[in-house]
Design a protein around this ligand. Structure first.
Ligand code: TXA
Ligand code: MG
Length: 316
């Protein structure tokens, strides 16, 4: 099992030796290695059982580091970075040769993010390299939002988990790239479409490309528990499955049955996002056969919550 501690110096020593460490971020926990060291990065793919065509996000300590790793930093990207970093935003930018091919899976862009978590920012500021880190879960499964989630799934494959408490955002970062200079959102996440458009104007959203995804985070069946998830009108779903063994994940209405969870009794998207992955995990581990859930209103963070619920329910 991995050691769990909040000691940054232990994490630092391991990362400097080319080893893996799980790190807390405000979105979800990441599985980190020196992004500039291909042997270290290879260990991430191995531990996660992740296909090597899936590029990693490179985490930096300061927005000013973008220019070390990206060849171009377009105006709208700069505007977004200045406003939302550190925070749940990943920018896809043309990479410089210093970033190894393995880190970007051979793509000529690199995903950069300055995460907003005091422990991890403290760690990054002490390191003289950035950290490649995908979410710290086996490929395709729900992302972890606590150190214990990481321990449960990857504890036998990694030496150390830096414990920074429960991730406060609870959804992965929003990924923004640029096509001929025009911003495009490839993954909805902890930063809402409205916040982005409020700053730089209308942005195209391209979430699905099932055949040849530019990023597997776009795969329809991703972020999924092992149990089947059905999304729809909860009252109708419950009637339809009456007498069967199911769990319930509702937005704000309590169902008062065994194995029923409420994302946010007060109907807050922020609270719902914080609870989403943890509750899906608990339902996945509970003695039910399948999970019934409903979409939330499709605005703000609700869009990203709905995106994850739909993917969790896509039975490939
Ligand atoms: O919030 C987050 O983004 C978390 C924390 C740990 O930072 N990380 C995360 O990483 O969610 P991961 O690897 O689970 O998801 C990142 C997604 C993947 O779908 C990957 O394919 C895509 O970002 N991605 C990374 N670099 C890319 C690139 N250069 N071009 C296209 N997609 C990229
Ligand atoms: Mg992931």
């Amino acid at each position: 099992m991995a050691e769990i501690s909040n000691n940054i110096q232990q994490a630092r020593a391991l990362l400097e030796a080319g080893e893996l460490t799980a790190i807390p971020t405000e979105t979800v926990y990441g599985l980190a290695a020196n992004a500039l060291n291909p042997e270290a990065v290879a260990k991430i793919f191995e531990a996660k059982n992740r296909p090597s065509f899936d590029p990693l996000i490179v985490h930096i300590a300061y927005p000013s580091e973008v220019e070390k790793y990206a060849a171009v930093f377009p105006g709208p990207a700069r505007t977004l970075a200045l406003k939302f970093w550190p925070g749940p935003l990943t920018l896809l930018l043309p990479k410089k040769p210093i970033v190894p091919q393995l880190t970007t899976s051979g793509l000529d862009t690199v995903g950069l993010r300055c995460p907003n978590h005091p422990l991890t920012l403290g760690l990054l500021r002490q390191l003289d390299f950035p950290l490649a880190a995908p979410s710290a879960n086996p490929f395709g499964y729900i992302s972890p939002t606590t150190a214990q989630h990481v321990q449960d799934q990857l504890g036998d494959k990694i030496p150390f988990i830096l414990d920074g408490g429960t991730s406060v955002v609870g959804l992965e970062s929003t990924i923004v790239g640029f096509e001929k200079g025009t911003p495009v959102i490839y993954r909805l996440g902890g930063l809402s479409l409205e916040s982005i458009e409020g700053l730089i104007g209308k942005v195209e959203v391209k979430l699905h490309s099932s055949s040849n995804p530019q990023s597997p985070g776009q795969l329809t069946n991703h972020y999924a528990p092992r149990k089947k998830v059905f999304v729809g009108n909860l009252d109708a779903l419950i009637r339809q499955h009456y007498g069967q063994s199911f769990g319930i994940l509702s937005f704000k209405t309590p169902y008062g049955m065994d194995n029923s969870y409420v994302l946010s009794p007060k109907g807050s998207f922020t609270e719902a996002a914080q609870n989403l992955f943890g509750m899906l995990r608990e339902l996945d581990q509970s003695p039910v056969d399948f999970i019934l859930t409903e979409l939330v209103p499709d605005t703000g963070l609700g869009r990203a919550i709905n995106d994850r619920l739909k993917r969790a329910s896509a039975h490939a």
